[in-house]
Write a protein that binds this ligand. Structure first.
Ligand SMILES: [Zn+2]
Length: 468
């Protein structure tokens, strides 16, 4: 995947470098950093999992896709000097009213819905994202930790900090990197802010946007004033911010860049207007308290926030005899000797006892069989029931093809050990030529069964088996 991306990019980069020599630009040097890029990734992933548990994601495929499209446009033009192959850039929208955005080390970025609603054109959204992305590329979080400074923790939403500072911070901090939470929820120094502005302008310019939009967005933010946007307190003005952005844009000859998908921008803003209003930080905090999850994550019922299954598929080869295609936003989270589990981000949990569970996704595996599909499926069901006491069959078994072979699909009801909520399970089986039983278990919360059943069907129908 990444090989393909870089291979395709090469001619574009050469062209950009050639243009770059014709016009001046400020060179931004990433600050000294004693951590490995892999540390950024690890920290960012842990924090992102926490954020997804605590903040209400909008989970609107159409809005997410639009924002991710802007993000990818910026990611595609990251100069070689700032590329980190380990980083993985994701873009999610939080259903929160306050105008804010934040990015975590290694790539996960979150934009508040209020930010998208306040923007006056796509360039303004791109401006904020380019600024955030620049903090990630320059590895400012771990760079600041390198300096050993004490950080002031910026407010994202009270309950996130509450939860992390309370219950689970220990596990995040104890994970070997010794960086701690402050690294990603901090206010950046003015020096780093200036770097993120300048590199952000360069990214915008390379992506075809007019960097003036970034200056405009900062103006929009400042105009909110009062108890105004968190964003400006997390990203303080390094001084003459707008002038400096404009100056860099002129050096790049980018002030007339035309890009910005106006039709899509208007469609997305219209779509947001049609939804019930975004939640305020206060409402989010209240909801979190009434859920009782603050500070207690990891003990009992957890809130799980997972993005819906992508419509496109990604294919994996867990072994030589099989190819498994799953929604492109799922990835392998666990593979044992005879099975592999694919799940979206935020849906996989490991317990203290060494066990694990997933709330959304599929497990594909091979069990011992006798060659009799019906009997083998029943034995498999009995063995699942032993470890899942609340498991019940909820419909008749039906014949349905699995990987082009005749198979059986059974629907089951269970109670999730992660959330304590009802869950939907579909079990599909088919015989392998060596007498083994291939099974595909789909798991989803019961109230999302409709959406996920479509994904499970695609997975079982698209499995390719070559077991001669
Ligand atoms: Zn910043």
């Amino acid at each position: 995947m990444s090989t393909f991306r870089y291979a395709r990019l090469a001619p574009v980069l050469i062209l950009t470098v050639a243009l770059g020599t014709a016009s001046a630009q400020t060179h931004v040097t990433a600050p000294p950093n004693k951590y490995k890029p892999a540390d950024d990734v690890k920290l960012g992933q842990e924090a992102a999992a926490q954020v997804q548990k605590e903040l209400p994601l909008l989970n609107d495929g159409s809005v997410d896709e639009y924002v991710a499209g802007i993000g990818q446009r910026l990611v595609r033009v990251i100069p070689a000097e700032y590329q980190h192959p380990e980083f993985r850039y994701t873009f999610r929208v939080v259903n929160q009213k306050e105008i804010n955005a934040f990015a975590l080390p290694g790539g996960p970025m979150f934009l508040n819905r209020g930010m998208i609603e306040a923007a006056r054109d796509e360039g303004e959204i791109a401006g904020v994202m380019a600024h955030e992305l620049s903090h990630v590329l320059l590895r400012h979080g771990t760079a600041q930790a390198t300096k050993g400074e004490k950080f002031q923790i910026g407010a994202i939403a009270g309950q996130v900090l509450g939860a992390i500072v309370g219950g689970t911070a220990g596990s995040i901090i104890a994970n070997g990197s010794n960086l701690g939470l402050s690294t990603y929820f901090m206010k950046f120094s003015r020096e780093y802010e200036s770097q993120a502005d300048i590199l952000g302008v360069q990214l915008m310019s390379r992506a075809g946007y007019n960097p003036q939009s970034m200056a405009n967005m900062f103006k929009t933010l400042a105009a909110q004033g009062g108890g105004g946007p968190e964003f400006l307190s997390d990203h303080p003005n390094p001084g003459n911010r707008e002038q400096r952005i404009q100056q860099e844009a002129k050096m790049l000859n980018a002030t007339n860049n035309p890009y910005g998908n106006t039709a899509e921008f208007q469609r997305v803003q219209g779509r947001l207007k049609g939804m019930s209003p975004a939640l305020t930080a206060k409402q989010i905090e209240q909801q979190s308290q009434s859920r009782g999850t603050t500070g207690t994550a990891g003990t009992t019922a957890r809130q799980v926030n997972v993005e819906p299954p992508s419509g496109s598929l990604r294919t994996y080869s867990p072994n030589n005899a099989m190819r498994v295609s799953v929604p492109a936003n799922w990835s392998p989270v666990e593979s044992g000797g005879s099975s592999v589990t694919y799940a979206p981000q935020g849906a996989y949990f490991q317990g203290d006892n060494g066990g694990s569970a997933f709330t959304h996704g599929v497990e594909v595996g091979v069990a011992q069989g006798t060659g009799n599909l019906q009997n083998d499926t029943n034995s498999l069901l009995r063995s699942f029931a032993q470890s899942n006491p609340q498991l019940q069959q909820s419909g008749n078994a039906r014949n349905e093809n699995v990987g082009g072979r005749s198979g059986i699909t059974v629907q089951l009801a269970n109670v999730s050990e992660v959330t304590g909520q009802p869950e939907y399970i579909s079990l599909s089986t088919t015989e392998l030529r060596n007498g083994g039983l291939l099974y595909v278990i789909g798991v989803a919360p019961r109230n999302e069964a409709g959406t996920y059943d479509t994904a499970f069907r695609k997975v079982r129908q698209n499995i390719q088996i070559s077991d001669r």
